[in-house]
Design a protein around this ligand. Sequence first.
Ligand code: ATP
Ligand code: MG
Ligand code: MG
Ligand code: MG
Length: 439
Amino acid sequence: MRLSRYFLPVLKETPAEAQIASHRLMLRAGMIKQASAGIYSWLPLGYRVLKRIEQIVNEEQIRAGHIPMLMPTLQSADLWRESGRYDDYGEEMLRVTDRHGRDMLYGPTNEELITDIFRSYVKSYKDLPLTLYHIQWKFRDEIRPRFGVMRGREFLMKDGYNFDLTKDDALHAYNRHLVAYLRTYERMGLQAIPMRADGGPIGGDYTHEFLVLADTGESEVFYDSQVTDLTFGDREIDYDDVAQCQGVLDEFTSRYARTDETHDAALFDQIPEERRRVARGIEVGQIFYFGTKYSDALGATVINDKQEQIPVHMGSHGIGVSRLLGAIIEASHDDKGIIWPEGVTPFHCGIVNLRQGDAATDGACADLYAALTRAGLEPLYDDRDERAGAKFATMDLIGLPWRITVGPRGLKNGVVELTSRKTGDSVEVSAEDAVARIV
Ligand code: ATP
Ligand code: MG
Ligand code: MG
Ligand code: MG
């Protein structure tokens, strides 16, 4: 992409309404624009990152054997009356009436809708296990939308639902989700710690939240510092292997790590004092096992091998896709701007032309652009007629992991400058070497 033809409305001024770094930087980098309180337009740069996050979520869900689909944003109130949640959900639910006077709502979550789909088609234990998920916009009329996409009213969520014959099978589905989530967050360059949590309006007390530690997080968390030493890494996992998935859950949840909702001071005090941590965290996901709560209410049953009708065991599992942009930036930025982890960066590298209009420099930039593209990378080429300082500031703000600076002086010696956004280190190398180091 050539910057001269792109739409990247960066702001020079720091927007007054933004209280935390990620919100400030997303506005300044031209990633989002508020449409109304807690509702955002995703400008091209923000949209690119959102799509990359979505893709990682999809890949890891599919790897775990979960099946993608798509349900609508608007739902009929009738289903929610059946489950009893229409009245329970309260003012967070946005209710609308259509022209025929029918009560509708903008879905804050999808347990009812998916259970209705399940009960319409699945009749036999032979069709289980089944896990369906989608990535769809949700609406919650949050009392205090704030921090940009971190607490929006309209936000993008991945929500998945497992249907199983027995509690044990459903717990295996729970463990599969835990493993898939660990992989998902790590691919985004994030450490998200599973912590024991509270069920809230979804229900059930068998649940973990995934928290990214950050001073600006809205949750208070208590944990044993040993949990931060754990990483999933690139170990092989067989998602059908019940014992292996259980092993990962045990490994990642056996040390003390809880949100304030479930915090137990007496247990916490048993941890050696030097390992006790009280901090703040951003909730980027949550997994639940809630048994037959919704299948009982909505009559989602299957016939087992003894020809008995039994309600299925269910769980639901969410990832805050749009919130993740904020969480990643909170975890990875400096005073110049964002520092994207390679896994989610909107472009793989930037090319800065120091002498726009000079035939040799323009030609070298064009060749470099072509070579990067051939190598399967997406560069953002700053071909504007601007001062070098302004071009560097833009690149630093939008945080691409690599910058290649091309100017007449270097070209005379056959080199370009390759700079890492994260370390700030620069090396002078040939254009071919620069490409090879990025790939
Ligand atoms: P919170 O405690 O932050 O209000 P929640 O527990 O109500 O979140 P869940 O029902 O667990 O949210 O939804 C799954 C995920 O969706 C959350 O873990 C979070 O990452 C994301 N999420 C929830 N509410 C919002 C919101 N208002 N804006 C952006 N993301 C959200
Ligand atoms: Mg909430
Ligand atoms: Mg919560
Ligand atoms: Mg939650």
